[in-house]
Design a protein around this ligand. Structure first.
Ligand code: AMP
Ligand code: MN
Length: 344
């Protein structure tokens, strides 16, 4: 029995026809894949294998360490170029093709599935749904439309995608559909406690020390609403942690009531800085990421800016302070989570 009306039945029908009529299907997602990209890809892969398809997943970068133990992660190929015979490529979570970090895709038949606003519709088929809290929600609908039973493995991957992309159910992208899909995954046997432990409680001493060192760099702006954290390679090396270990740490400052947004500067290649941003409620950090050629979502986005660090700060911080003082629809930038939602 279907418990939820599909969001776009026509598009789902089209995607099903294109996938069912092709045999060798390659799946990919963005560089430095996160829980949503890994979960969405593996759920899709398991479903297509169940349909007898020949499936490969190719990613430019490995899955984060905490996800390495999930079923199928070991079969993901790491490469920067796609080779071999392929009948269709499913690209998920990518605003444009360059986000994959792979070459050799442009000549192929592409099915583009994404929930990031600003998707460039680069595929032969393009399904964009900005209301999906995770790409995993969209994959769930594709799998349902394909009439593949929700196996335990598929359900785990969908749940991981949603759990991680909602910041453990903290972001405003959550909808009734989010919980409906999670409910279905639990019915299929997902143990949310085991998944949360595997995803979030996989610390090493190095990671803990690195987290401490990073949180020690925390500063706030004079209003106390913006938190700024920083890491460089030397700190990661000295603590015995890695940059992958810093995944999720950016959310910690948001647990402080007054802090409305966080920016995390990571020293990157060629003296540049990877900038991750998170915010609460109506504050739109994607607007800031876009100014620097990045993207993401209203409450979680990223970009890369040139160094040195002082210059990177001078570029980004004033833009974030503007976003905090001027959120759309609410000059105060505050949100009462317990208030009645605004009418349509
Ligand atoms: P991160 O801070 O790297 O965890 O990224 C947060 C969100 O922003 C994710 O949805 C990313 O896919 C997106 N994002 C990060 N960097 C970029 C970028 N350079 N271009 C487009 N989207 C990005
Ligand atoms: Mn996502």
């Amino acid at each position: 029995m279907k418990n939820q009306a599909p969001t776009d039945p026509e598009m789902l029908g089209r995607i099903c026809r294109e996938l069912l009529s092709r045999q060798r299907i390659l799946i990919t997602s963005h560089v430095r894949p996160d829980g949503d990209s890994i979960g969405s890809q593996l759920a899709m892969a398991h479903a297509l294998v169940a349909l007898g398809k020949t499936v490969r997943i190719v990613n430019r970068d490995p899955a984060p360490p905490a996800l390495q133990s999930f079923p199928g992660v070991g079969r993901i190929e790491i490469a920067d170029r796609v080779e071999g015979a392929v009948d269709a490529v499913v690209v998920m979570e990518c605003g444009d093709l360059s986000r994959t970090g792979l070459s050799g895709l442009d000549r192929l038949f592409i099915v583009n599935i994404d929930h990031h606003p600003g998707n460039a519709a680069f595929g032969a088929v393009n399904w964009f749904d900005g209301t999906a809290a995770a790409c995993g929600e969209m994959v769930f609908e594709v799998i349902e439309a394909l009439e593949v039973p929700l196996s335990h493995e598929i359900a785990v991957h969908i749940y991981v995608a949603i759990l991680t992309d909602t910041g453990s159910f903290h972001y405003s992208s959550i909808s009734p559909r989010t919980f409906e899909i999670c409910r279905r995954t639990l019915e299929a046997g997902v143990d949310p406690v085991a998944v949360a432990r595997a995803v979030f409680d996989s610390n090493t001493v190095g990671r803990l020390k690195l987290s401490g060192a990073i949180l020690n760099t925390l500063e706030t702006d004079p209003s106390g609403r913006l938190a700024i954290v920083y890491v460089d390679r030397e700190t990661a090396r000295a603590t015995g942690g890695t940059y992958e270990d810093t995944e999720g740490l950016i959310n910690v400052p948001l647990t402080v009531r007054e802090i409305q947004a966080v920016v995390f500067f990571k020293e990157w290649e060629d003296g540049a800085f990877r900038v991750s941003m998170r915010s609460k409620g109506r504050i739109d950090v994607r607007r800031v990421a876009r100014l620097f050629g990045g993207g993401g979502h209203k409450n979680a986005s990223g970009c890369t800016v040139p160094g040195p660090y002082g210059e990177a700060r001078r570029q980004v911080i004033p833009r974030l302070l503007e976003a905090i003082s001027d959120p759309p629809g609410d000059a105060a930038g505050r949100e009462n989570a317990l208030a009645e939602p605004a009418g349509p």
